[in-house]
Write a protein that binds this ligand. Structure first.
Ligand SMILES: [Zn+2]
Ligand SMILES: [Zn+2]
Length: 109
């Protein structure tokens, strides 16, 4: 059995469609602003693989960046096609859960 904390039950936009909402197997709900997700892109162009150092300069990411499309990658991850042309980051559910910006999880990452 996969850990319910990293098993999404529901993935979709929030009611006002301004953010992505994930409801997890343990009933925790995460709300992600698009730019927040874009800044946490885990691809080799945005994060140095060996050190985990962030290479992406936040100033280069438009304030109104949004996903043109969201693709499922197997059963473990999502891939966002961003409006700024970036589409190489594979966001595992484990990563998404670990960067949950809610007050409860907030400071963890
Ligand atoms: Zn990236
Ligand atoms: Zn949370």
């Amino acid at each position: 059995m996969p850990d319910p904390r990293i098993r999404p039950l529901e993935i979709g936009p929030t009611e006002d469609e301004s953010a992505l909402r994930i409801r997890w197997g343990d009933e925790h709900v995460s709300i992600y602003r698009p730019r927040y997700l874009r800044l946490h892109c885990p691809c080799a162009g945005c994060v140095e693989e060996m050190t985990g150092r962030r290479l992406l300069n936040p100033d280069t990411v438009p304030a109104d960046v949004y996903p043109l499309a969201i693709h499922y990658v197997g059963r473990y991850a999502l891939l966002f096609q961003w409006s700024d042309g970036h589409a190489t980051g594979i966001y595992s559910y484990e990563l998404l859960r670990s960067i949950c910006p809610c007050g409860e999880c907030g400071s963890a990452g």
